[in-house]
Structures are given as structure tokens and as C-alpha cells.
Design a binder for this molecule. Structure first.
Ligand code: MRU
Length: 360
């Protein structure tokens, strides 16, 4: 098990609150914050104290427990409690719109609220247990993704990744960086090229920290450089994470991923997406239906609180883009690597894994 992974748990339920790494401070500080109310959790997700699709899924599940604990103090009847909690759960699911893991995990909590036969305190307990279960499963799933992914990493490969789909985007180990970790365990001659990932610099701030802490050779490049290095033959494959995958394989991930995928296709570099099945939203046919989060202008106009442009300039800041399925070599999941035709391979895996067939 890697050094980094053994030390860090991105998010964890402790007694009656959720403890998480404050990712807005990384890499300057590595600090945990305790989130004690549902509203605090909503803000933590929205302001990206916790970020990355699987991590915000678990955060959303914890957030529902926090709301349940608060409502349990309010002297409500069981029916009133259930109604109010379902409303709060829907509110929590809206903290960020693109990563489907958030809606997926909240939906799992809503099923417990609706189906439970317990009294109010029993429902709170069941939600807590499920939150902890999702936490544990996340790490196990990521290790499986890592092991399947490692099989397609060539010996001595240089792997390009975009954004951070690592331990800090999940509960631990990571999806795209889980592939890197598992491959590195077998072959310490691999190396990673990490895109900076403007505007929030998850690649520079988080991916480089995670990988260098694990002793994995890493080179930081700016977002515009990927084609240059691909043309030089210096990139053997790309592995990225995902925020939502449509039934046809179209994949939403951090803004800039689409550009990397086009460049990879042009240069004949395999382009893989690594994600748990909970990131696949079979309720949508194509990526056109994915809601893309629009974030604040300040994320683009400022770096570390300092303005970097003409103050009045227009800004558009979509947080994600959608890579069309034609550009994707394979989708690495905990059940194996899905290949084109994705409409078929996704339908097949969901049919087999019926427990996951909840959709949205
Ligand atoms: O805005 P962020 O930092 O939450 O975006 C994160 C990404 O785009 C990740 O690549 C994705 O969530 C996969 S994380 C395993």
C-alpha cells in the first residue's frame, strides 16, 4: 500500500460529524475540518473544500446524516421528519450539478429514508451506517479500478492526466491516480505528466502533491502543452477521471479534458477514463444532457487573490466539458474495462450488476 494512501483519508465519518481535508488550502496547508451541520456540508461541497466526484458523493451522503441528526432534535412526528429530511436531501443533491456521484449517493440515502421501518433515531442510525459503508466501498472500488487499469499501462509508460482524480478526489487511492498507483507498484519506471488544470489548478496543487508524496516521478505541465509533448512522442497514454458518463460513453470531466482527448486521438495516444460504475448515469442517452456547472468569474480573473487580467474583461467559466465517446479508448471500472460500443458494454455491465441498476 502506498505511503500517501496509508496516511490520508480525504473524508471520514467520526462519531456524529464528517471530517475532511480542506482542499482549498492544498498544497500550502494540509488541514482537516470538521463539518457538523447539513448546511456546512452543502457549503463545503459548493466551495470545493471537498471536491472530486466520488468524494462529493460520500460528502453528500454524510450531509444527509447531518441533516437527519438536526431534524431529529426538532420534536417532529415521524412523517414530518421524513418529509423534511427528503427535502433537505434534495437540497444537498443540488450543491454541485455535474458530478452524478453526488445525486447517486443522496439517492441511496433517500431510499433508506423512504423504505425504513424504524423510528426517527433508527433512521438516523441507518443513514449513518450507509454513509460509512459508501466510504469503505469507495476505496475498495478504486483499488479494483487501479488493478484493471494497470493491465493496460505499457512498461515504462509516461501517463498524462488532467485535473485530480486521485486519493483526494475520492475517499482514498483514487481512480485515474489509482491506475497510476497500481501500475507503479508493478513497474516503478512509469512516470506521470500532470496538467496544471486552470482555473482551480487541481493538477498543480493536488495531483503533483499526491504523486510526489508517493515517490511517483511527476512532471507538471501547463494545460496548453499536451499536444507539444504528444507530438514529441513523450506521452504513451492518457488516464483521466469522470464526473458523469452518459449511456453512450460520452464523459463529462474537468474543463480541458476534451482538448486533451482530441489531441490524443490526433497523435494516436490511447485515452482512458477511470471511474466507478456510480459515475455512469444510464438515465441520460448522451453527453448533451449533462448539466455543466458555471463557476465564478473570480476563479479565472484571479490567482491566489491577485488579479491577472484587465478588471472589466468578460469571463465565461464552465467547470467541465464533455468528451465524445468516439475519443475514448476504454472506460476502466471496478468491473473491468468497458470498450466501444459503449452503449452495449455499459448496458451489459449494468444488466449484470443489478444492484447498481438504480439509475437516477
Ligand atoms: O471541480 P472538481 O475538482 O470537483 O473536478 C474534479 C474532476 O473533474 C475529476 O476529474 C473527477 O471528479 C473525477 S475524480 C475521481
Amino acid at each position: 500500500m502506498s505511503e500517501f494512501h496509508s496516511k490520508i483519508k480525504t473524508i471520514e465519518w467520526v462519531d456524529n460529524y464528517s471530517k475532511m481535508v480542506d482542499q482549498t488550502l492544498v498544497p500550502y496547508e494540509f488541514k482537516y475540518v470538521n463539518i457538523k451541520t447539513g448546511d456546512e456540508m452543502f457549503d463545503a461541497i459548493k466551495t470545493m473544500i471537498v471536491r472530486g466526484a466520488p468524494a462529493i458523493g460520500v460528502a453528500g451522503a454524510h450531509g444527509v446524516v447531518l441533516y437527519a441528526q438536526e431534524l431529529a432534535e426538532e420534536n417532529l412526528s415521524r412523517d414530518e421528519f421524513v418529509r423534511a429530511l427528503l427535502e433537505k436531501a434534495d437540497y444537498m443533491a443540488g450543491a454541485r450539478p455535474t458530478a452524478v456521484n453526488l445525486m447517486w449517493a443522496v439517492k441511496k440515502q433517500k431510499e433508506i429514508i423512504k423504505n425504513s421501518k424504524s423510528d426517527i433515531s433508527g433512521i438516523v442510525e441507518e443513514l449513518k451506517e450507509n454513509g460509512i459503508k459508501l466510504e469503505k466501498e469507495d476505496v475498495e472500488i478504486n483499488k479494483k479500478i487501479g488493478d484493471y487499469g494497470a493491465e493496460v499501462v505499457p512498461r515504462g509508460a509516461s501517463i498524462l492526466t488532467h485535473c485530480n482524480a486521485g486519493a483526494l478526489a475520492t475517499v482514498g487511492y483514487g481512480t485515474a491516480l489509482g491506475v497510476v498507483r497500481s501500475a507503479f507498484a508493478k513497474d516503478p519506471t512509469i512516470q506521470v505528466f500532470a496538467d496544471e488544470t486552470r482555473p482551480r489548478q487541481q493538477g498543480a496543487r493536488i495531483t503533483t502533491l499526491e504523486l510526489t508524496m508517493d515517490g511517483i516521478p511527476t512532471t507538471l505541465i501547463t494545460d496548453g502543452m499536451c499536444s507539444y509533448f504528444m507530438k514529441k512522442g513523450m506521452i504513451d497514454m492518457v488516464v483521466v477521471g469522470a464526473d458523469r458518463i452518459a449511456a453512450n460513453g460520452d464523459t463529462a470531466n474537468k474543463i480541458g479534458t476534451y482538448t486533451v482527448a482530441i489531441s490524443a486521438k490526433y497523435h494516436n495516444v490511447p485515452f482512458y477514463v477511470a471511474a466507478p460504475l456510480s459515475t455512469i448515469d444510464t438515465s441520460i442517452k448522451t453527453g448533451d444532457e449533462i448539466v455543466i456547472e458555471e463557476r465564478s468569474r473570480e476563479e479565472v480573473t484571479h490567482i491566489n487573490g491577485k488579479i491577472i487580467c484587465a478588471p472589466e474583461v468578460n469571463v465565461i467559466n464552465p467547470g467541465f466539458d464533455v468528451t465524445p465517446h468516439e475519443l475514448i479508448t476504454g472506460i476502466i471500472t471496478e468491473k473491468g474495462i468497458l470498450r466501444p460500443d459503449y452503449r452495449k458494454s455499459i448496458a451489459d455491465v449494468f444488466e449484470k450488476e443489478c444492484a447498481l441498476c438504480t439509475g437516477l
